[in-house]
Write a protein that binds this ligand. Structure first.
Ligand SMILES: *Cc1c(COP(=O)(O)O)cnc(C)c1O
Length: 393
């Protein structure tokens, strides 16, 4: 393994002592030539795996044609991608950014404009405990983690926090406040620990938002693009949000974020209200369009649902009765195994076993493998991760 204490980089990450040089499908190779099974996919980014031939071809061809002009001109691939996303999500319009945090910034600005239009003087957005929405000042304020916020005060005003999966808490605010303009929520909390709410939670939020003229804003940055067994996670419910944000899996590694909106929320921005130099450039949009086409034509969302059931059954039979395993939470290829103790050490033990996993919220083993894994790779993940957990407890 190489050296990793590089002094020129700001220490925003505790990096693991490993450097990958190449990948193919769900496999990665490090600078010592060792191979690893990737069960985290760059944190839900590389849904199509590594070095996907169609993505490579789209990238290379576009790089040899046109990388960037500007949003002051028409951009054909941006329009195509916008049409495609709106059609898939039954939304009306989209704004393209370069990351998840930026997509959420656009959503937060839409909520503020929605409030402004209604004459609400100090508009507030309801957000959740243990949520994660990004690292810009507004999105870290929306994030439900003191660790993410500490030291960056004063935080942005206009957020009200409630417990996740608690409809009563939202109802109470609806009955007692008149300045709320939106709810921002993840359909399943990713960084917060693969927290899957009650099946009716999103339906109830939809009702409350309708009753109060609030925007329902879903952060699908981690759950979207086939990850949970549907193209977008809220499609497990029979609802549409007013605003939805995407990023991670949309570009398979090429940076892109998107904020989609429907109805009045789609009409909030007028020229000069928002923008981005890079957002929606021909390269990122062409790649994202290719990602969506691949996921659709190979029915990878349905495949994620099928593999998720395999994971659920596999982990349940190997770990379900095990002392120290608190719960096993699965939605498609978004998997959390909660232990009764901190388990960061499992990440390095997994590296020794040739598999990449992640631990979030201290005690939760998180798996977000590429959607293209084979049945054999699925079994390998179940076997190796189960053995690691059993050896740790
Ligand atoms: C990763 C993530 C973000 C932030 O995305 P960045 O591209 O890192 O800014 C926001 N929300 C959720 C749910 C995420 O998982």
């Amino acid at each position: 393994m190489g050296t990793h204490m590089v002094d020129s980089l700001m220490t925003t990450y505790n990096r693991l002592p490993i450097t990958f040089l190449r990948g193919e499908g769900a496999r990665l190779w490090d600078d010592q030539g060792r191979s690893y099974l990737d069960a985290i996919a760059g944190i839900a980014v590389c849904g199509l795996g590594h070095a996907h031939p169609e993505i490579r071809d789209a990238l290379c061809d576009q790089a040899g044609t046109l990388l960037h002009t500007s949003n002051i001109y028409g951009i054909a691939y941006q329009e195509k991608l916008g049409d495609k996303l709106c059609e898939m999500a039954s939304m009306d319009r989209v704004f393209f950014a370069n990351s998840g945090a930026e997509a959420n910034e656009a959503a937060i600005k839409i909520a503020r404009l929605h409030g402004n239009k209604k004459g609400v003087r100090n508009p507030a957005i309801i957000v959740m405990d243990q949520s994660f929405h990004g690292r810009t000042l507004a999105t870290l304020t929306a994030t439900g983690s003191r660790k993410v916020q500490a030291g960056f005060e004063p935080l942005v005003q206009g957020f009200i926090r409630v417990p996740y999966d608690d409809i009563e808490a939202i109802t109470e605010i609806a009955n007692n406040s008149n300045n709320v303009v939106a709810v921002l929520v993840e359909p399943i909390q990713g960084e917060g620990g693969i927290n899957i709410p009650d099946g009716d939670y999103l339906n109830r939020i939809r009702e409350i938002c309708d009753e109060n003229d609030w925007l329902m804003m879903l952060d699908e940055i981690q759950t979207g693009i086939g990850r949970t067994g549907r193209m977008f996670s809220h499609q497990h419910n029979d609802i549409l949000p007013d605003v939805m944000t995407l990023a991670k899996g949309l570009g398979n590694g090429v940076p892109i974020g998107a904020c989609l909106a429907r109805g009045a929320a789609a009409e909030m921005f007028s020229p000069g209200k928002h923008g981005s130099t890079f957002g929606g450039n021909p390269l990122a949009c062409r790649v994202a369009l290719t990602v969506l086409e691949q996921i659709e034509s190979h029915q990878l969302a349905a495949r994620a649902a099928q593999l998720g059931e395999r994971m659920r059954n596999g982990f349940q039979s190997k770990l379900g009765e095990q002392q120290g395993v608190v719960s096993i939470r699965v939605s498609g290829l978004m998997i959390g195994i909660e232990l009764d103790r901190p388990c960061f050490e499992l990440v390095t033990r997994a590296l020794d076993q040739g598999i990449l996993i992640n631990v979030t919220a201290d005690k939760i083993v998180r798996l977000l493998p590429p959607l293209i894994i084979s049945d054999a790779e699925c079994e390998e993940i179940i076997d190796k991760v189960s053995a690691l957990v059993l050896g740790y407890l």
